[in-house]
Every structure is written in structure tokens, then in C-alpha cells.
Design a protein around this ligand. Structure first.
Ligand SMILES: Cc1ncc(COP(=O)(O)O)c(C=O)c1O
Length: 348
């Protein structure tokens, strides 16, 4: 226990009136249908335990993607789903592979479950090169789009990875896929070693409800249920099941809000490039940007003085100059762009 290095989540400040662009939440509230369903759930049923397998939600997810209910697993946020995935599927003799710059919870789960791993450097343009993963391994995991870079890997490249790794579990963490990519869920019936994880925290605006899911071959899903039922039979409460089901079913609201986020992202990228930032192409609800003449830590501190918080990672060294900026509303992103314009101009 003393050797564990836990994950440090992004700050949830107690102050009001901040422009909070640090933890990739959605700036728009959840669907009104979700709120209505949650209100209706405030009733005497709460004295009863929830459905341990959340069948109503799993069926809604299965219908949404055109898969069977036994190909769907749900958990208390995708972090919990990922924790079970690491324990159930990624502890093998050979090391697990993931990128050197990626979601910083992966090495934490490896530490927790005693899983050996190797990190594979991203290319100079911060991309995942599939060729680097075509070698013996005990499993592969990465987010697509990757976090915190936002860079997207084409579905054809993921298929090439699967063809080259028929005997490894390949986990694609699609926390951000709805902001610009094509889901690898389309490939699960063809590749039994593929597991795709998702969250309702981002594109469905429900970070506070804590719901995530995985879709893959029924054998992989069964393994996850074994872990779940050896750990916590009721990871989703009645509110989570009800609210998440309403969110998955409200396609129109989802399409409307994600389109707004994507438009604002493209607008913000153009504004930041105009003031000299290098901004990586993003398929996510955040961007990753650096300025050739300004220290990342300094920019983050100057923004904070103006009540704007973004995320800055000191490590690894190759990303220390970058800022990871969550896409907020047009207004919030406008405030951020003006602040950065002033900070850059003051220093010139
Ligand atoms: C790549 C990635 N995967 C998974 C998660 C976890 O999301 P949640 O536990 O809210 O579903 C995050 C959260 O930021 C993430 O960035």
C-alpha cells in the first residue's frame, strides 16, 4: 500500500464565478428528459436495492449500438469499468502496452493490480503509431481520441492493430469519441478480443451521476461481471440507472449539444492559432496547446489570477509546455481567448 501512487483528479474548486475549463466536463446541462426522469425517481422505491445488473440501461445501450445486452457492461463511471478491465483482462505474463503520454490512471491501475507495463512513445506529432504496437504484448490500451493530446486515430488504423494482435485484449477507451470520431464498437462483432469503454461524463453531460460502460464480446463482458460481483453487486444506484437510460435514449439533445461543443472547439482553435499558439488537432471536448514563447506553467498561473482554470501537466517533460483546455460555452472560450491574447501581448 505504501508503494502505491494514486491518481490525482483535476481540481473541483469550491469558489464560485470561475471559468472552469480543467476537467473536460460538458458546459451544457444534461438533457431535460434526464432531469425529469431523476425527479420521477425520487420516490419510495429508494428503500429497495437497485437491479444489480442494470438491465434497463444495458438494454438501452445495446439498442443504441445494435448489439446484444450480454455484450454490454456498466459501472460507476468508466474509471470503475476500467479498474475491472485491468484486473479481469490485462494482467498477463507479457507487459501491457500503452502510450507514454496518455490517461494517467492507467499506470495507477497497473500499480494497484501488480500489472507489468511498457509505455510506447507517441510520435513527434503526438500521434499513436500502430506499427509500434505490433509486437508481443499482454494487452493494449489507449484512449481514442487520446488524452490529454486530443489526437484521433482512424478506425481503419484500429482495425489494423486488431489484425496484428489477434491474441491480445485490445481496449479502446472512447471517453471522448463522440466529439469527432467513429466508434470502434462497430468492430466488436468481428474482433472478439476488442473491448470498447465509454462514459456518460462527457458527451452526455453526466459526470456527476457516475456512469460508464464497456461493449465487447460476451466472454469479455462475463469476466467483468465476475469481478463486479466479487466487489460490489450494486455499482449503479436507482438514480444512475434511470438518469443514464434517459440520457442514452435522448439522441436529439445529445446531437445538439455535441455539435455546439465541436463548433466552439474549432472556433477556439482558430483564435488561439491566431495569437501564436500551436494547437494539436482535436477530436475531443478539449484542446492541447502550447505557445513557443511562453512557459505552460506560467500561462496556467496567469489564467488562474483571472479566475480561469485549465489543466497543466508538469510530467512527462515533453508535454510540460502544453495547456489542456476543456471546451466550454462560446462565452467561456471567448473569455479564455481574450485573457490569453492579453497575457501574450503584455509579455511582448
Ligand atoms: C481517457 C479517459 N478515460 C476515462 C475517464 C473517466 O471518466 P469517468 O470515470 O468520469 O467515466 C476519463 C476522465 O477524465 C478520461 O479522460
Amino acid at each position: 500500500m505504501h508503494e502505491l501512487t494514486p491518481y490525482v483528479p483535476g481540481e473541483q474548486p469550491k469558489l464560485n464565478n470561475l471559468v472552469k475549463l480543467n476537467t473536460n466536463e460538458n458546459p451544457y446541462g444534461p438533457s431535460p428528459k434526464v432531469l425529469e426522469a431523476l425527479r420521477a425517481q425520487t420516490n419510495d422505491e429508494l428503500r429497495l436495492y437497485p437491479d444489480p445488473n442494470s438491465d434497463k440501461l444495458r438494454q438501452a445501450i445495446a439498442d443504441y449500438y445494435g448489439v446484444a445486452i450480454n455484450q454490454v457492461f456498466v459501472g460507476n463511471g468508466s474509471d470503475e469499468v476500467l479498474a475491472h478491465v485491468f484486473q479481469a483482462l490485462l494482467k498477463q505474463d507479457a507487459p501491457l502496452l500503452f502510450p507514454d503520454v496518455t490517461y494517467s490512471f492507467y499506470p495507477v491501475y497497473c500499480g494497484l493490480y501488480g500489472i507489468s507495463y511498457e509505455t510506447i512513445p507517441l510520435t513527434d506529432s503526438f500521434e499513436i503509431s500502430v506499427d509500434d504496437y505490433c509486437r508481443p504484448n499482454g494487452g493494449i490500451i489507449f484512449p481514442n481520441p487520446n488524452a490529454p493530446t486530443g489526437r484521433l486515430l482512424a478506425l481503419s488504423e484500429i482495425e489494423r492493430l486488431l489484425k496484428a494482435n489477434p491474441n491480445s485484449v485490445v481496449v479502446i477507451d472512447e471517453a471522448y469519441i463522440d466529439f469527432g470520431g467513429e466508434s470502434a464498437i462497430a468492430l466488436v462483432d468481428k474482433y472478439p478480443q476488442l473491448l470498447v469503454t465509454h462514459t456518460l461524463s462527457k458527451a452526455r453531460s453526466l459526470a456527476g451521476l457516475r456512469v460508464g460502460y464497456a461493449v465487447g464480446h460476451s466472454d469479455l463482458i462475463e469476466a467483468l461481471h465476475r469481478i463486479k460481483d466479487s466487489f460490489n453487486s450494486y455499482p449503479l444506484d436507482r438514480f444512475a440507472i434511470t438518469g443514464a437510460t434517459a440520457a442514452v435514449e435522448d439522441k436529439a439533445y445529445f446531437e445538439e449539444t455535441r455539435a455546439k461543443v465541436i463548433n466552439t472547439r474549432e472556433h477556439l482553435i482558430a483564435e488561439l492559432r491566431a495569437i501564436g499558439f500551436e494547437v494539436l488537432p482535436s477530436g475531443a471536448n478539449f484542446i492541447f496547446a502550447r505557445h513557443p514563447h511562453h512557459e505552460g506553467a506560467e500561462l496556467a498561473a496567469r489564467l488562474r489570477e483571472r479566475s480561469i482554470i485549465i489543466r497543466h501537466f508538469k510530467k512527462p517533460a515533453r508535454i510540460a509546455q502544453f495547456l489542456r483546455i476543456t471546451i466550454g460555452t462560446e462565452e467561456q472560450c471567448g473569455l479564455l481567448a481574450s485573457a490569453l491574447r492579453e497575457i501574450v501581448a503584455e509579455a511582448a
